[in-house]
Design a protein around this ligand. Structure first.
Ligand SMILES: [Fe+2]
Ligand SMILES: [Fe+2]
Length: 483
């Protein structure tokens, strides 16, 4: 059954247009043309969300908000505002005050209807998404169509997972700008159809439309949560799922920016990465034997997140919350690079001339600037992003900070960032790469020694560490209970 929403607007044309748009997007839509009408309808029926123009009359939007806040705390309310000048400054009205009155979001014109839809989807939990999507028994016919390549995202066919019914349209690519829709949103998932393409037609990738990326991330987050709890599923499968969802997430960050719902999805991914690091007994094998690295910047960010989370966990005093916000800083550590010309990012720093290098060295500051006014991101995350290329010996950038003036957290990211680049450039194993860093005195000076020590530990079976109470370096490890 489709999700039911109530739309209220005092402009009949706008109301009709919104109704048509959201009905076409498979919502069940009811409308109201006054605040009083809204309250009556809310009283009579249960809705998932209310989209209400701030200018509704005969019960103002403010009156309706105080009614919904008090009586229906679960209802998502999105306020549509024609113009900021409609707010009553003398009464201290502003977007924040409307949110305090009970609105989940305030959208000021001009906005596109798809932005309102995206906002609505951001509030849907997985069970709402799965439970209310329209379903058809069986599978619809395949449909060949034109589509721009830049509007589609490829997923390896073996890494594509679905629920009982498909949450979004699934395609295969025939040639440039030409696709076949092989499963329609709402269809029963057909393993046979996927298998036909994989086995008979040797198709390697399935595609979804970029507009469905949020659903893809949401579904995969949900799936990962279930998968992580299953000890039978191999570590590598779990890591691949996390890598895929992180990559799609970073793409979403690039396209959508750090909107509240985007940050929320990031938090869920970081929670999963922490859970993976915390619970997978064989993770040390995976971290030791990693190979066939994908050189994309997204998988770089994922690897940095995974290793940093593993190292940080070795510091006994870190709380899960700190480790998770650390993971968030890692996922976003290079976000400043989105403000640097793309051509420059194709070069490694060693290939850049002085001018290019100076520009490249601004990326930590640019990342910090992007986040500095964002109240939903904590200060440590911002500082870690700013300092992730500062080094312990003071040779880093942008500020050339030295020693204890650098956050320990930022120094961990710095080490892992160097480590991942080195591993990829030299095509050596993780253990070999770390050895290279340890024996190079100049390089090792860049990091606090306790971080290097804890890095070694991530490659060792944790049970063995506890049993022997010694490290390969013979440093003592305190028993957690005794400390
Ligand atoms: Fe960086
Ligand atoms: Fe990086």
């Amino acid at each position: 059954m489709a999700l039911k929403i109530l739309i209220a607007d005092n402009d009949p044309e706008e109301l009709q247009a919104l109704k048509e748009y959201f009905s076409a997007e498979l919502y069940q839509v009811e409308t109201a043309n006054s605040g009083k009408d809204v309250q009556l309808k809310l009283y009579q029926e249960k809705y998932f969300a209310l989209l209400m123009n701030w200018s509704v009359q005969n019960h103002s939007a403010g009156q309706v908000l105080s009614f919904t806040k008090k009586n229906m705390p679960g209802l998502k309310v999105i306020i549509l505002l024609n113009d900021l000048s409609l707010l009553d400054e003398s009464a201290d009205q502003n977007i924040d005050s409307i949110k305090k009155m009970g609105a989940h979001q305030v959208m000021v014109k001009p906005f596109e209807r798809k932005d309102v839809k995206s906002e609505l989807e951001g509030h849907q939990s997985m069970s709402e998404l799965m439970g209310h999507q329209p379903r058809r028994e069986g599978v619809s016919d395949e449909l060949e169509l034109d589509g721009k390549d830049e509007d589609f995202t490829a997923i390896k066919i073996n890494e594509f997972f679905s629920a009982k019914s498909v949450l979004f349209d699934v395609f295969i690519r025939l040639r440039e700008n030409r696709y076949v829709k092989i499963l329609h949103a709402g269809d029963t998932f057909s393993k046979e159809r996927i298998a036909k393409y994989r086995d008979e037609k040797k198709v390697q990738y399935l595609y979804f439309q970029n507009k469905d990326r949020k659903k893809f991330i949401q579904f995969n987050n949900y799936l990962i949560d279930k998968t992580l709890a299953n000890a039978q599923i191999p570590t590598v499968t779990k890591a691949n799922m996390l890598k895929n969802v992180s990559s799609q997430y970073l793409e979403e960050v690039h396209v959508e920016g750090l909107k509240p719902q985007v940050l929320e999805q990031g938090r869920e991914i970081c929670e999963s990465i922490f859970q993976f690091v915390d619970q997978d007994k064989k993770l040390h094998h995976f971290l030791r034997d990693l190979h066939n690295l994908d050189p994309s910047s997204y998988s770089h960010s994922f690897l940095v997140t995974l290793y940093v989370t593993s190292i940080t966990k070795q510091f006994d005093w870190q709380s899960p919350q700190t480790i998770q916000s650390m993971a968030m800083a890692c996922l976003l550590h290079d976000i400043g690079k989105t403000k640097i010309p793309k051509e420059l990012l194709l070069l490694r720093p060693i290939q850049m001339n002085d001018e290019q290098l100076a520009l490249y060295h601004q990326h930590p500051q640019l990342g910090f600037d992007l986040l500095k006014d964002n109240k939903l991101v904590n200060n440590t995350v911002k500082q870690v992003i700013l300092q992730h290329h500062e080094t312990y010996d003071g040779t880093g950038y942008p500020a050339g900070l030295k020693g204890s003036r650098i956050l320990m957290m930022a120094n961990i990211v710095c080490l892992v960032d160097d480590f991942v680049h080195l591993m990829l450039d030299a095509e050596t194993s993780p253990v070999e790469t770390l050895k290279t860093i340890l024996v190079d005195k100049e390089m090792a000076k860049r990091y606090h020694s306790s971080i290097l020590e804890n890095f070694i530990k991530v490659f060792v079976d944790p049970e063995k560490i506890m049993k022997d109470r010694t490290l390969p370096s013979n440093s003592k490890v305190l028993n957690k209970k005794a400390s």
